[in-house]
Design a protein around this ligand. Structure first.
Ligand code: F6P
Length: 359
């Protein structure tokens, strides 16, 4: 058995732990493992370093490291590959070339580690006959097929520590501090880090916000001598009668979200007369070592993926349904996004603590 493995989409702490577990589990069975660099690019680019044999040595001491030793890309996937023709960048379908190369290098199974975007690609490859097993990865926690994905716990941990730090400076200056967190169209990171970090306001995509409710909440705080306010906003939060804030679009990649903290910070400052500052925590939430929880989860995902290959359960992703890892068809895995349920215990806790959710 020869397993090919790749990592696609935005990186998440824990990717290297999956790669290590896949490699060691496969080697123990007497199999061979090859890593494809930069998503699928390493398979088709013709680069000398596009494919790397994963040996025990290659995966030694990497489980605790952030990022991915294989590299990753989140634009120009094989069905919409970016090429330049007559000075213009256009997209083209090179998926057949990927399939051809997969067989040419003697691949028997592909373990694709990624999020919803990577699974959409994997699903199309499965339809073309590639024996694929997916491993779910995302800091956003927005995959409904699995109870958890690695990377989320680390992102929440980093964000919570940042909010803790912002409290002291916000309070010293009696400022409104608005911090923007990642999560795309789901508010998991903002909600969890906001509640854990004692935010006073949390805005997230699942609850379109009325900015005047936020203004009133801040005015009440200041009037009762709690003269500062910590506002946590998910990058995908949107106003009641408005749109998500975006930075721009680029050919072959998803729209980039961002800019909401600055907009809200400026508005709240002008409207209340209190000084405000805003910041974007950004990629700090994705970088660095995974927490022990993410590390363990990632190792479990990797080992389970190899067991699924052994059992011939292709066309599935490994899903965490505690206490087990189970196969879920890729199609099912990408069907519905996991949003924060409005009746969830964490949302109710936020309300019980008096945190303003903008509604
Ligand atoms: O999906 C993970 C994620 O970090 C999102 O939370 C964020 O919107 C996006 O990726 C950022 O992508 P990029 O690294 O391309 O800016």
């Amino acid at each position: 058995m020869h397993i090919l493995v790749n990592t696609g989409g935005g990186d998440a702490p824990g990717l290297n732990a999956v790669i290590r577990a896949v490699t060691l589990s496969a080697l123990r069975r007497g199999w061979k493992v090859t890593g494809i660099k930069r998503g699928y690019h390493g398979l088709i680019g013709g680069d000398s370093d596009g494919l790397i044999e994963l040996t025990r040595d290659k995966v030694r001491g990497i489980a605790h490291l952030g990022g991915t030793i294989l590299g990753t890309v989140n634009k120009g996937h094989p069905f919409e590959f970016l090429v330049t023709r007559d000075g213009k960048t256009v997209t083209t379908d090179i998926s057949d070339e990927v399939v051809r190369r997969f067989h040419e290098v003697g691949g028997d199974a592909l373990i694709a580690i990624g999020g919803d975007g990577a699974f959409r690609i994997a699903s199309r490859f499965a339809k073309k006959g590639l024996p694929v097993v997916g491993v779910p990865k995302t800091i956003d926690n927005d995959l409904s097929c699995t109870q958890a994905t690695f990377g989320f716990d680390t992102a929440v941990t980093v964000a919570t520590e940042a909010i803790d730090r912002l409290h002291t400076t916000a309070e010293s200056h009696e400022r409104i501090m608005v911090v923007e967190l990642m999560g795309r169209y789901a508010g998991w990171i903002a909600l969890h880090a906001g509640v854990a970090g004692n935010a006073h306001v949390i805005l997230m995509p699942e609850i379109p916000y009325d900015i005047e409710k936020v203004v009133a909440h801040i005015q009440t705080r200041y009037a009762s001598r709690r003269r500062y306010c910590m506002v946590v906003v998910a990058e995908g939060a949107k106003p009641l009668h408005g749109d998500i804030s975006t930075i721009g679009t680029e050919l072959g990649r998803e729209v980039r979200l961002g800019g909401i903290a600055e907009k809200i910070g400026n508005y709240l400052g002008d409207r209340t007369g209190f000084e405000s500052r805003s910041l974007v925590l950004g990629h700090l939430q994705r970088g660095g070592s995974p927490t022990h929880r993410d590390r363990l989860l990632a190792l479990r995902f990797g080992a389970a993926a190899v067991r699924m290959v052994e059992q011939g359960k292709f066309g599935n992703i490994v899903a965490y349904h505690p206490p087990r890892m189970v196969p879920v068809p890729i199609e099912e895995a990408i069907a519905v996004m996991k949003e924060v349920p409005l009746d969830s215990d964490t949302v109710m806790t936020a309300r019980d603590l008096g945190i303003c959710l903008g509604d």
